[in-house]
Design a binder for this molecule. Sequence first.
Ligand code: HAM
Length: 455
Amino acid sequence: MAKSQSKTVKKTRTKSKIERAPVEPLVLQPLRGMKDILPTDQPYWDQARRVTERLARDYGFSRIDIPLVEYANLFERSIGEGTDIVEKEMYAFTTKGNDKVVLRPEFTAGICRSYIQHGMSVLAKPVKLFSFGPLYRYDRPQEGRQREFYQADFESFGEIDPILDAQMIQIASRIVQSLGIKSVQIQVNSIGCPVCRKDYRALLVSYLESKKNKLCQDCKRRMYVNPLRVLDCKEDKCAQVAAAAPQSVDHLCDDCRNHFKTLLEYLDELDLPYIINPRLVRGLDYYTKTVFEIWSGSEDGRKSSLGGGGRYDKLIKTMGGEDTPAIGFALGIERLILEMKRVQAKPYKAPKPKVFLAQLGALAKKKSLRLFSEMERNGILVAESFGRGSLKSQLKVANRLGVEITLILGQKETLDGTVIVKNMSTGVQETVSTDKMVDLIKKKLKADNVVVYHS
Ligand code: HAM
């Protein structure tokens, strides 16, 4: 009996040990390469959103939002197996349903998937789509390079004419300039179509083979998988090899050469200064013909690419859609904001309330909720401090906010259906009926402080 009792005790002890398994400590910070966007930084983000959305609208782009997670092979087949993004940087995982998925590393492939899936080829061409949101690349974080970052993305489907290439470059440049970043460099290149690139690629590989011992380890492997990528390797020794490499622009077929030549003429017509960078190849496999990037003109030498894009005339067909030429670009929002701060460009300045609503006593407090909402519905921005009881402390807040008018609602006013309107600079007070309050305030305020959201 005693033996069996001791066994029971032992069992219970083991159980309670399992229940008290150590709890992992909370890590009170985001994952490496990810950041909170705090309220203090939001005016820059507001400005970036407002400018990109306005230009998207002005140039006829419709907004599209696509899921954050897609099947992994969507990106493997479009961006390309041999690229850094697909080889090293995808946030990939298998779902409980055994689907191999990734957090989207870019917008283009997802938007193409949506274009095909929803039969957008029947729409009037070009079909212009715009998106804005977060993307994920498991890269080594540094300034301007994060694992979660945002892009404004523009895609245009169904037009082969290089006038569209010029217009896309113009939009990218307009956005950057409208954000107050005046000194940028536009780099353009043409990497040809699959026909002319085949011969160029063979030429490039044979050149690279002759310089093989001067290339970094990555490029020794890359030169067979993705030889064009050797041209934009950041290693000094590879850059030296790349400097003397055959250039794609010298090996374009007639069609690609004319296309590029016409694009440059359009850019001249737009007075958009550009440089032709023969080593600009971009890190994604789907590009054909035009590729371009926008670079910040930082004097301290720490230049970064604010955005980039190009044509991808074969991608929709490769993915199973109709043969559809296309072109697009994306701007990196964090990089734009870093550059805005560096050049001291102005962030968005939200309108501030010029009216404060103060209340005194339980009845007035109740009524003030209704008055606040009435003014909000009429587009009048109002500040309040409903949690405070004393008039003195509420007026202190009103003074700190620098409002023009304070409305004071006490017990007497509530019973009379009136409110005291106090001019904060002259101190003059008048009592008006609450029915007339909205009209009176609108008259007193300058029109720019009245924002009507509701009709
Ligand atoms: P991308 O060159 O990979 O192109 O990215 C465009 C921009 O996104 C870059 O120039 C940079 O400003 C920003 N960016 C990229 N990676 C990061 C990162 N890790 N951290 C912060 N910013 C980053 C594309 O994504 C193509 N889908 C563009 C495109 C659209 N091509 C045709 N249509």
